[in-house]
Design a protein around this ligand. Sequence first.
Ligand SMILES: Nc1ncnc2c1ncn2[C@@H]1O[C@H](COP(=O)(O)OP(=O)(O)O)[C@@H](O)[C@H]1O
Ligand SMILES: [Mg+2]
Length: 305
Amino acid sequence: MDSRSSSEEEETNHLRPWRKRTLQIISTEKWRKTSDVTPLPQVAGHGSWDKSQAILTNKDGCILKPIQAPPRGVRELEFYQEVNSVTASPEEAQFLPFIPKFFGSCNKRNGKFMMIENLTGAMKKPCIMDIKVGEKTYGPDASEKKKASANASYMGTKKPFGFSVLGMGVYQGKDKEEFVVKSKDYGKALNKDSINDFVKEYFDKENATSNTKLLMWDMIKKLENIKELFSQQKRFHIFGSSILFVYDAEALMSDELSEDDAKNANVVKMIDFAHVHPANGEIDENYYFGLINLINIFKEFFTSI
Ligand SMILES: Nc1ncnc2c1ncn2[C@@H]1O[C@H](COP(=O)(O)OP(=O)(O)O)[C@@H](O)[C@H]1O
Ligand SMILES: [Mg+2]
């Protein structure tokens, strides 16, 4: 018998049937013990500097992200619920391939969490990079103070290129044994002259091989699919959201990757939806601008290796 209290019941009524089934499998047994969850290695975000807001993970490929104080947390939860809903319009549902799978929300350890797919999956040596997209990273409801502080940060990349490099954790070296971490300060120091550095770092240029090229090309294709979405969607304007890049450095060590191997060894998805607003029938130019520049920088680097 399920011994969870009603406060620990997941809220799933609105979800598509297959999501409900997946959730049942995950929730009835696996989420029950709090001891099963551990902090997720984060390269950015609230949990990277405040332990009480840490994202948790369990063994089954899911993470628990704390639902932040209103309106941020509620907005993110509502976005996931809306695009996953049985009543989602085609324009809303088209976001699904580009975001982590969503399994509902739950109460644990005195807090409310969203249950989402762990994008690092079963990777042995996940190399993660978090890039916040947009020159403007706050919504129309932001206070003047918030606007000023947001505009003043990451100026070297945000203004000219429309994105910010929030952080990365990468396995580098010939044997991919050296774990290199770059945090906020790294991204804040980037500018027009040094802009290509973060791609070199993330793909470990010094030790790049034909496998690296193949992997990178697949990640560019995934970015272009997101660009395709933003070239036409007029449903949401998304501020302060990131693209999370993940690849498995272990895969780069194999003799020769096939295109399929390369495809399966990486993930490029949108995360962090605390500032999603209605598009009122207009293209999200702010997001699109950052995305185009990001793709161009990736492509330039691709031709240089
Ligand atoms: N679905 C996910 N799978 C794997 N790692 C994730 C996932 N979501 C977030 N992370 C990790 O947590 C960090 C912060 O996530 P984010 O959703 O941006 O939180 P916050 O709202 O605190 O900024 C990311 O930089 C990444 O390292
Ligand atoms: Mg974030």
